[in-house]
Design a protein around this ligand. Structure first.
Ligand code: IPM
Ligand code: MG
Length: 352
């Protein structure tokens, strides 16, 4: 098995180091090679996705990514900015299915800003389409009109086959869970998502056991904090999924707890925490590495078909939390506050 390690920027390198530590402790036969992406790619090769990095990712079975982005690159031309490297690698590898599970560990019920009874027992899977929508639609850009005024354009678009393939992922996953899919759209206003709703409805006839419901995205944003346990699988497009998954992460106590998998049609995947690069806390050894460590568990499960080691990693995270270890973002009264690297050590210790 070949794994590409792309630490990226900000807290990326330190959280990835913890995830690699956990992976190595499992003693699996995985060949790991590292390469720069994002701001690190720009520094190394003048490109947020250097060719060598893309080639390495293409030739690997899976990619483990930290995070990209730093304010210091905000003034660069758009195509040189760190985020572009991330969007391009998703597109180049055809990673259209983004799985973002929001799971509340019972130990963290107090860390959520919501009441424990609202979030306890939460186990929700957000499935976000990742290679289409307004993120990639043409035309796009900022241009100057005849009257001298500037205009910004982005285009929300989806074709049927793109909607159907992400819908299938959602229905297939729901079959292994509680058999409920809630499709999120804005079909009352946007034609793109009117088509989305039609295609999801057509597809649902192939999955008679799964209950399909539809919800407008504004209502979904409200329902997620009102009564999040009504959801099993949520499926939605790229931009709505970006926003709703950040919202859902806070149900779990901290965005530092949310892993993700981005899969192509053959379960090749890129695994990364759902959070960003947090440059303000980079290098201080205070970031929460658990989302990245849990992303390794997803990698073992989805790409390496190794459910037993996936569970082992997840159970070790649970055990570390049960022992009271907390990074700053999830610390509550009476717990042992530890840094990023000590949290990684706690998970490794729990493995053995
Ligand atoms: C995410 C991030 C990215 C996105 C950014 C960094 C480009 O917010 O993975 O959710 O918008 O997809
Ligand atoms: Mg996001």
């Amino acid at each position: 098995m070949k794994l590409a390690i792309l630490p990226g920027d900000g807290i990326g390198p330190e959280i990835v180091a913890q995830a690699v530590k956990v992976l190595k402790a499992l003693n699996l036969n995985i060949e790991m090679k590292e390469a720069p992406i994002g701001g690190a790619g720009y520094e190394a090769a003048g490109d947020p996705l250097p060719d060598a990095t893309l080639q390495l990712a293409k030739n690997s079975d899976a990619v483990l990514l930290g995070a990209v982005g730093d304010w210091k690159y905000d003034k660069l031309e758009r195509h040189l900015r760190p985020e572009r490297g991330l969007l391009r690698i998703r597109k180049e590898l055809n990673l259209f299915a983004n799985l973002r599970p929001a799971l509340l560990y019972p130990e963290l019920a107090d860390a959520s800003t919501l009441k424990p009874e609202v979030v306890s027992g939460l186990d929700l899977m957000i499935i976000r389409e990742l290679t289409g929508d307004i993120y990639f639609g043409q035309p796009r850009g900022i241009s100057t009109l005849e009257n001298g005024e500037r205009e910004g354009i982005n285009t929300m678009r989806y074709n049927e086959s793109e909607i159907r393939r992400i819908g299938r992922v959602a229905f297939d996953i729901a079959m292994k869970r509680n058999k409920k899919v809630c499709s999120i759209d804005k079909a009352n206003v946007l034609e793109t998502t009117e088509l989305w709703r039609q295609v999801m409805t057509e597809l649902s006839t192939e999955y008679p056991e799964v209950e399909l419901t539809h919800m407008y995205v504004d209502n979904a944003a409200m329902q997620l904090i009102r009564a999040p346990k009504q959801f099993d699988v949520m499926v939605t497009g790229n931009i709505f999924g970006d926003i709703l998954s950040d919202e859902a992460s806070m149900l779990t106590g901290s965005i530092g707890m949310l892993p993700s998998a981005s899969l192509d049609a053959n379960n090749k995947g890129m695994y990364e925490p759902s959070h960003g690069s947090a440059p303000d806390i980079a290098g201080k050894d205070i970031a929460n590495p658990l989302a990245t460590i849990l992303s390794v568990a997803m990698m073992l499960r989805y790409t390496f078909n190794d459910e037993s080691n996936a569970l082992k990693v997840e159970n070790s995270v649970k055990a570390s939390l049960a022992q009271g270890y907390r990074t700053a973002d999830i610390v509550t009264h009476g717990c042992k506050k530890v840094g990023c690297s000590a949290m990684g050590d706690a998970v490794v210790a729990a493995l053995n």
